[in-house]
Design a protein around this ligand. Structure first.
Ligand SMILES: *Cc1c(COP(=O)(O)O)cnc(C)c1O
Length: 341
């Protein structure tokens, strides 16, 4: 058995996935009376492509990754859940993640009844590879890293991420939801050399398509095949596939540049408020800001119609608010409101 299959849940290895025969015959066929759909055309009467071939082909071009290394999920959140269902048997296997980090790793682990061990980041939200590896044992199937990390905002050094991915015998998942805003490179070019590495990206952030729910996982073809077995056959609806294809033709560079310039602006302006104690360096489209009284600042902003994320009760983030970089005029509103505090 190869090293990936040895990590997979036995019931998933044995699974014959629900088959949608249509796909294989589409080229030659003219009459589709196999799926009990309505025959009356209205633009949406046919089931969508369960393999998302056109969308994957376009993503493959854009990312420089072959289509058989791409999984498309109903948000990255689906990819996180599917990875757990492919690799982790409840009652036997476990997961390790960094903390503080993205809340969905915990939620998905709890739903799947899997123990998740959180390893606190070190000084300045730094990665501590030895501590992380020491938290993994023979039953740890998945290791979740997030870079740039949410909510701390920092990206971890590529060398450290790869060293962990190599040393850990299970599947290392690096969540790159914010990679378009980062000064660090993506790990996508490393997939070939690291067959147990999964990279998550999403169209929800820099791409501006949060409402469509399109998340991406990149990995070795075997991992992608296993994930595709487990997902719902029609997990990406036809509207999302079509609109995502169209949106991928739009450039995002100008929007990313605006966000980065506004992030710099907030980095400059926020320290002028006496109650701002620290702004953590960010490789993402948000800032983690430590203030003298996070709850009071949060309440004040809320009363002013400005919603930020209160991270005061998150371990390692005491006193912190997470503020997404908005439009220039939205950032004006934020700064004006803080002036009144
Ligand atoms: C926002 C975010 C995602 C995106 O999730 P989607 O389900 O694709 O919208 C993934 N990971 C992290 C760390 C995030 O902050």
């Amino acid at each position: 058995m190869n090293e990936i299959d040895a990590l997979v849940r036995p019931n998933i290895l044995a699974l014959s996935p629900y088959s949608t025969a249509r796909d294989d015959f589409k080229g030659q066929a003219e009459v589709f009376i196999d799926a009990n759909e309505s025959p009356f055309p209205n633009g949406w009467n046919r089931y969508p492509d369960p393999r998302q071939k056109a969308l994957k082909a376009r993503i493959a071009q854009i990312k420089g990754v072959s289509a058989d290394r791409i999984f498309v999920g109903n948000g990255s959140d689906e990819a996180i859940d599917v990875l757990m269902r492919v690799f982790c048997t409840p009652g036997r296997d476990g997961i390790v993640s960094i903390a503080p980090s993205y809340g969905m790793y915990r939620v998905a682990a709890d739903i799947n009844d899997l123990p998740l061990k959180e390893v606190q980041l070190g000084e300045g939200f730094s990665l501590e590879p030895e501590k992380l590896l020491a938290a993994c044992d023979g039953h740890t199937k998945l290791l979740f890293l997030c870079s740039p990390n949410n909510p701390s905002g920092n990206a971890f050094p590529t060398g450290e991420l790869l060293r962990i991915a190599e040393a850990f015998r299970g599947i290392t998942v690096v969540d790159e939801a914010y990679i378009d805003f980062s000064s660090q490179p993506s790990l996508l070019p490393q997939l070939d050399a690291h067959p147990r590495l999964v990279v998550l990206q999403t169209l929800s952030k820099a791409r501006g398509l949060a409402a469509l729910r399109v998340g991406l996982a990149f990995a070795s073809p075997r991992i992608i095949e296993l994930m595709s077995r487990v997902k719902y056959p029609y997990n990406i609806n036809a509207a999302a596939q079509k609109l995502a294809m169209e949106a991928l033709e739009e450039p995002i560079e100008a929007h990313v540049a605006t966000i980065l310039a506004q992030r710099d602006r907030l980095m400059q302006e926020l320290p002028r408020f006496p109650f701002v104690k620290k702004i953590w360096p960010s490789d993402a489209n948000f800032l983690l800001v430590e203030v003298a009284d996070a709850d009071a600042t949060y309440e004040h902003l809320t009363r002013d119609g400005i919603i930020v994320r209160n991270r005061n009760r998150v371990t390692g983030c005491r006193g912190c608010l997470r503020i997404t970089v908005g439009l220039p005029e939205e950032n004006d509103r934020l700064l004006a409101s803080l002036t009144k505090l």
